[in-house]
Design a protein around this ligand. Structure first.
Ligand SMILES: Cc1ncc(COP(=O)(O)O)c(C=O)c1O
Length: 512
């Protein structure tokens, strides 16, 4: 990047997009706009860093991100070279020779929102991860446990009973039989008598969130989220144009003093919360806190979106009651899903919304994707009514509870005394905080190479944070592999702490 091709890159230091991403974005746009030749050598990271007044690691991270996107090639010790996208063959009369490819990225509605997706910075896809890596990552069920035979029987029976009509477009609000089953379950779960007109089947609770965004949010509306929170929720709300305001998680759920202080001075559209086995921390809202939250909602006229995504995975006592059950004023929208207790691939979840919104939601849902697949809904309803879901839940609760205990034991044994972690009563994940000297993004890269995957804390904070924290999933691996994974992590953490105590940087290699 010298001479006539010198590129002007401006770094916005107030942006939530990391500097390296901003630099990579500017270079990527220039490559797509045809401003570099294929094979052209870029300025060295040292020169770029000096020119932009940034740390060299930031320049290295920018080039690495372009390498993973296939736009740069690193020559050994020789610098970085542009890999220009292949130009389509010219069609006579359509484009003059040498015309750069059409710059689609310039048409993007909100490039900043896309750049702020931690999933792309932390993807293990481009890392040299051993094939048998220990998976302490993801809020997903273990594939080996899927009750395939039972589902196959239900699919067959539904096809035989219903005939070809089952493959037609179905009702926008979802299959009535499955909605009835959900109404019955809500009653059993303590949510009271819910009118079926308020229940919508959605293609996963992620779609439920997307629909809520489309239904309620205007660009710039403030939405309150827990910090840390579920990455998919903050990305969905950000894409809907929301301004994301966070309230920290405390030991008994979200910090209600902080929430109250916020509500005192700021109008917000709604609160998105996971009152039970919160993702990522696994913490559940205490019962006094739950009453206080509903009291605050009444006092400040606050709408609440409660995400009950894995409440059936409780390992002692009773299934936690949804907030919906105590919602006297109709201020709660309830989201549920089959993804965490059964199969995420069927893409079936549900939304319970206030009666006054049902028609508007139906319109928005129809305009989004018309409806969910009836075959999947009907097979699932049959599966649940046949008792297969209860059998499956009994099995996985037992297995997961043992795995959680194995992880807690391993943490006691292998993590440093200064580390802290949660002790969830259910769910799939727990949250650990390490001494400040341990950067979990760096640890993530090192651990991936050594065959252990976990989720770095920064992925769960929409506005920054979590640099020394990690989410650990305990439901996907055997007790022995959990033990081994935590032992390996403990070893790497101890190495880092001993290096940092000697006053050296925590890691030589820049990774993000
Ligand atoms: C808290 C939470 N809510 C919602 C979802 C989305 O699930 P689905 O769309 O599969 O129902 C997830 C998935 O990880 C989640 O963790």
């Amino acid at each position: 990047m010298s001479g006539p091709r010198s590129l002007s890159i401006r770094i916005d230091r107030d942006s939530r997009v990391p500097a390296y991403q901003q630099i990579a974005g500017a270079i990527r746009d220039a490559i797509h706009a045809g401003r570099f030749d294929d094979g052209e050598r870029l300025a060295s990271t040292r020169a770029l860093a000096a020119r932009l007044g940034i740390h060299r690691n930031t320049a290295v991270a920018a080039y690495r991100s372009l390498e993973s996107a296939g736009l740069l090639r690193a020559g050994v010790g020789a610098g970085s070279f542009v890999v220009a996208p292949v130009m389509p063959a010219a069609v006579p009369g359509e484009a003059a020779e040498g015309t750069p490819p059409f710059a689609w990225r310039r048409l993007l509605r909100d490039p900043q929102a896309l750049e702020g997706d931690p999933r792309q910075w932390l993807s293990a896809r481009h890392l040299p991860v051993p094939p048998d890596a220990i998976q302490l990552t993801g809020a997903i069920a273990e594939r080996k446990q899927f009750p395939l035979e039972d589902l196959a029987g239900c699919l067959r029976a539904v096809l035989d009973d219903a005939g070809p009509g089952i493959l037609d477009y179905g009702p926008t609000e979802g299959d009535e039989r499955l909605r009835e089953w959900i109404v019955e379950q809500l009653r059993e779960w303590g949510a009271g008598e819910i009118d079926i007109e308020r229940v919508f089947i959605v293609s996963g609770s992620q779609q439920g969130l997307d629909l809520i965004g489309k239904l309620l949010l205007a660009p710039g509306d403030a939405v309150v989220l827990e910090a840390p929170t579920y990455t998919g929720a903050f990305l969905s709300l950000r894409h809907a144009g929301a301004r994301l305001v966070t309230v920290p998680m405390g030991e008994a759920g979200l910090d209600l003093d902080a929430l109250e202080a916020l509500l005192e001075h700021e109008p917000v559209k709604f609160l998105y919360t996971m009152p039970c086995f919160q993702n990522p921390t696994g913490i559940s809202l205490g019962s006094a806190e739950r009453d206080r939250l509903l009291g605050l909602a009444r006092r400040y006229r606050l709408a609440i979106i409660e995400d009950h995504y894995d409440t059936d995975l409780y390992y002692s006592g009773q299934r936690p009651r949804p907030l919906l059950g105590d919602d006297r004023e109709g201020q709660v929208i309830h989201l549920g899903t089959f993804s965490k207790i059964l199969f995420p691939g069927l893409r079936i979840g549900w939304l319970v919304i206030p009666a006054g919104l049902a028609d508007s939601l139906r319109q928005i849902r129809w305009a989004t994707d018309l409806a969910s697949a009836t075959l999947a809904q009907r097979a699932l309803e049959r599966f649940c009514r046949a008792g297969y879901l209860d059998d499956h839940l009994r099995r996985i609760r037992r297995v997961n509870a043992r795995r959680l205990r194995a992880m807690l034991r391993a943490l006691e044994e292998h993590f440093p005394a200064a580390a802290r972690w949660t002790r969830p009563g259910g769910g799939m994940t727990l949250w650990a905080e390490l001494p400040a000297a341990v950067d979990t993004v760096e640890l993530f890269h090192q651990a991936a190479a050594r065959g252990v995957l976990f989720s770095p804390g920064i992925a769960f904070y929409p506005n920054g944070g979590g640099r020394n924290a990690m989410r650990l999933s305990f439901n996907r691996e055997s007790e022995a592999r959990i033990q081994r994974g935590i032992a390996l992590l403990g070893e790497m953490i101890a190495e880092r702490l001993s290096v940092s105590e000697k006053g050296r940087p925590a890691l030589e290699e820049p990774l993000l």
